[in-house]
Design a protein around this ligand. Structure first.
Ligand code: GDP
Ligand code: MG
Length: 179
């Protein structure tokens, strides 16, 4: 019948991590297809939406970005609530931002109690800032953190666009499977 032919899958992904690690740039690079180094988050816009077609089924990924509240550690509970996917971003050139990752996951889990199948990604951004050798060292630590928090690890650059599309398509593919 008509109803069963309409299949709508929507997933909410929250993007968290320390201030200035590159969260907004990452979302913008994918959603607006541009890298704007002067981008300032617009207050009042809750999320970006990207539509995919997977196995002939429309699929919508909602990407929630903060408007800078993470600086004050006062992200509203509603931001976290109902998330299917948690993307924790850190800056590969700032090792402290990697150390914060478990704390961010805890905050997300606290507002999603009882949700067993939160899909978690750990994303190191600004890969363009490091030499390959320097990056290798960070990567080893990042993989350890990712294993500890049960996250899939990705490294990207919003500046050069390295791995950005690949990352979001991976998110879409994995979260679609789970719905
Ligand atoms: P947010 O606070 O986590 O949302 O971080 P922003 O996206 O606002 O980025 C903070 C700063 O890092 C800005 O000056 C960006 O231009 C810069 N930035 C973001 N992503 C990259 C990247 O991949 N490479 C480089 N070199 N700079 C980046
Ligand atoms: Mg931001």
């Amino acid at each position: 019948d008509r109803m069963s032919s309409v299949s709508l899958k929507i997933c909410k992904m929250i993007i968290i991590g320390d201030v200035s690690v590159g969260k907004t740039s990452l979302v913008n690079r994918f959603c607006k297809k541009a890298f704007d180094k002067d981008y300032k988050a617009t207050i009042g816009v809750d999320f970006e939406v990207e539509r995919f077609e997977i196995l002939n089924t429309p699929y919508t990924l909602q990407m929630w970005d903060t408007a800078g509240q993470e600086r004050f550690q006062c992200i509203a509970a509603a931001y976290y609530r109902g998330a299917h996917i948690v993307t924790i971003v850190f800056d590969v050139s700032d090792i402290n931002s990697l150390a914060s990752a478990p704390k961010w996951l805890e905050a997300a889990q606290k507002e999603n109690k009882g949700v067993e199948d939160l899909l978690v990604f750990l994303v190191g951004t600004k890969k363009d800032l490091l030499t390959p050798q320097a990056y290798k060292e960070v990567e080893q630590e990042a993989i350890q953190v990712a294993n500890k928090i049960n996250a899939e690890y990705w490294a990207v650059s919003a500046k050069t666009n390295e791995n950005v599309k690949e990352f979001f398509f991976r998110v879409a593919g994995l979260s679609f499977e789970g719905t």
